[in-house]
Every structure is written in C-alpha cells, then in structure tokens.
Design a protein around this ligand. Structure first.
Ligand code: SF4
Length: 383
C-alpha cells in the first residue's frame, strides 16, 4: 500500500483568534532554512524506506506563503526520494495569498489540488476571527486557480464563528454552492482554552467577540443545515466533516481514517507506519537545528499496543459515514482482547438501543442524526 506524505509549514501571516496550533508569525527570512531542513529530512528518511508515495499534503499554517521555488523544492525532494505515481498532491492556501503568478507556479510544480481556507463568506465574521481575506477574495482566488488548471479545489467553512447567525450561515453555504467546489469541509468551532478567543470566553471581555459565539445547539443546527444542502447539491458525505463530489473524496485524508501508513515531515508533523506512531519536535527553529546537525527530530515514539490499535480502528474508522465492518477487525485482533470485545459488544447494543449507533449485519456506524455528538458517542463506546 503506497504511503501518504504530510509536510507541515508552521508559518502564518497573522494568528486567527480561535487558533491554538503550533504555528507562528515569523520573519520571511526563516522560511528558506526551514524548507532546506524539510528537504534534508525527506531525503534522509527515504534512505531507510523503499515505499512508494501516492498522496502528498502540504498543510499548516499557511504553506501558500512560501516562495513558489521553495514549494517546488519540497515536491522535488519527494520525487527524488520516493517513487510515485503522485495521485493527489494538495496545497493548503489562504485566499488572499492566491495570485496569478503563484497559481501558475503551483501547477507547474506538481500540485493538483488546492484546499482553500474560506471559513466564512461574511466579512464581519472573517474580520472578527482575525482572517485577512474577505468574501470577494474567495471568489477571486477560485477563479485564478481554475484558470491555471487547478480545478480540484476544496473549500472549508467553520460553524460557530462569533457573530454567525442562521441567516449568515445559510448565506455562506449559498455562496459556497455558487462556487461549487469539488470538495467541502465543515468544521464545528472548538474553543481551545489556549487561543485568544478561548481565554476571552473564560475570563470575559469583548475584544474577540467571545460573547457573540453561537450556542452549541445553533452550531449543530448550522452543521445539519449544511449537510442537507450539500446532499441536495450532489455531494457525497463520506466523513463527519467532509463532503466530495463523486470521485473527489480526499485520498490523503482517507488514509488517516483507515489507519494506513503515512510519513510526516516538518515541525510537529506526525507519522504512522502501521506499528508505531511518532511526532517531530514542535518548535520550528529546534526542528531546523536538529536536522541541520544530522540528528533526528523525532520524539514521542510509541509502539501502538493491541488495545490502542483496536480503539483506533473504532475511533478513526467511525468518523467515516459508511462506518466499519467489525467482523474482520474482531477476527484479526489480538486474542488477549477477548474481554474487551465482550464489553464493546455490550456497549454497541446499549448505544444502538438509544439510537446513537446503527449496526446492520456486522457494519457499525454512527447514527446519521447523531454525527454532531460523535465525540460523546466515541467516549461511551471506548471510554
Ligand atoms: S491560518 Fe490556520 S494555522 Fe494559521 S493562525 Fe489561522 S487557523 Fe491557525
């Protein structure tokens, strides 16, 4: 099975109010040494691997900020190091960073899919969230991408931004459908205590409009509304947060939910080889220094135990709308997990009687009208 490769670019132009990722606003001078280090990391890793790579995802952060030559160097390092063919090569981009010169260069470098961080089509919501783009930038960016031959575009929306209302959400979904991208992600805002918005929701204040965050019930209503309208428009709902036109599901992200192997390069990137999981150090300068010295940037190396592997099969697999076939998972699971399976079967029965999951034959899935509380269902099942 070919690998997926994820490359993390941890740089942004500004910090969104709700963001608590390990990303930073740094001088552009720091970009090139970082890219040099990632290229070296890729080439070192390939020395101990004979695997081929079929999907690449360059995410962040805002990787579209990098000079186009640096992005091309990253892809060339992968081509030199791992055999192909590359089926899906995605770049995450912010709408305001999309220019005619960049789109042409991205296409030439080998990217064939762009994930555009739209998030909302309402200027007031974008401004409050600390985003630099506005509604018109999204339309302009998609036009430029399509003119450059980058027609496979994914757009995302966030349900739950401050000042969002049912009417403004309906309008954002309508604008998105006017564009009719190949792929759509809808995320429900998670308010992290470490973000500026999260701190304001706890401590009070009005700078980031924490008081104007929609309620959990409203957020769930927004999600359901988007799910209905996307289905009516012909999108295939294949994962809790993701919809694609037929054949446009994200092949790279499917690897995560199917527990297939992937390698991560860059600060904070995660890897999984089917047996162990590991992550690189989070701090970009430290990552760069370690790689420049010829040392490993890996930390948190952990062999996945049979019990953990079982929990992951459920936790990750059930994010897919089609669910999982539990029979082959049970057949190949470690015999020492017999007791755990007994508990799992009992829990599945209880959750089914409460309408939270559906078991049809041996195929288990989250009940379609309970997707907005999937985390609670996972806890009940695996906790
Ligand atoms: S663009 Fe993404 S990574 Fe950067 S600050 Fe905003 S949410 Fe965080």
């Amino acid at each position: 099975m070919p690998l997926g490769v994820y490359v993390q670019v941890p740089f942004c132009q500004t910090k969104c109010t709700y963001c608590n990722f390990h990303t930073g606003v740094v001088s552009r001078d720091r970009y090139r040494p970082y890219v040099d280090a990632v290229c070296r990391d890729i080439s070192d890793a390939s020395a101990s691997s004979t695997e081929s790579v079929d999907t690449v995802y360059v995410g962040g952060g805002t990787p579209s900020l990098l000079d186009t030559e640096d992005l091309a160097r990253l892809l060339h390092a992968l081509v030199r190091s791992f055999p192909g063919p590359r089926v899906e090569v995605t770049l995450e981009a912010d709408p305001e960073t999309v220019t005619p010169e960049r789109t042409a260069a991205w296409q030439r470098a080998g990217f064939n899919r762009i994930s555009l961080g739209a998030q909302s089509f309402q200027d007031v919501e974008l401004q409050n969230a600390g985003r630099l783009h506005r509604r018109e930038d999204i339309f302009r960016a998609v036009d430029l991408l399509r003119s450059a031959g980058l027609s496979n575009v994914s757009l995302d929306l966030i349900a739950g931004l401050p000042h969002q209302t049912r009417a403004s959400w309906e309008d954002s979904v309508s604008q998105l459908l006017r564009i009719y991208p190949d792929h759509v992600s809808v995320y429900m805002l998670e308010i992290d205590e470490g973000s500026r918005l999260g701190r304001e929701s706890l401590a009070g204040g009005s700078r980031y409009a924490a008081g104007a965050i929609p309620s959990d019930d409203d957020m769930a209503d927004f999600y359901e509304c988007a799910a209905r309208r996307l289905a009516d428009a012909g999108y295939h709902h294949y994962e809790i947060s993701n919809w694609g036109l037929p054949g446009r599901e994200s092949l790279h992200n499917l690897k995560y939910w199917r527990r297939e192997a992937y390698l991560g390069f860059g600060a904070g990137a995660h890897s999984f080889d089917g047996i162990a999981r590991w992550a690189n150090v989070h701090e970009p300068v430290r990552y760069t220094t370690l790689i420049e010295r010829g040392a490993t940037a890996r930390e948190q190396f952990e062999v996945v135990s049979p019990a953990q592997a079982l929990a992951e099969e459920f936790f990750l697999g059930l994010r897919q709308i089609e669910g999982i076939d539990i029979a082959p998972i049970e057949q190949r699971s470690d015999p020492s997990l017999g007791l755990r399976w007994e508990t799992l079967h009992q829990r599945i029965d209880t959750l089914q009687s409460h309408g939270l999951v559906k078991l049809e034959g041996t195929r288990l899935r989250i009940a379609p009208n309970r997707l907005t509380i999937s985390n609670e269902v996972f806890l009940e099942l695996l906790g």
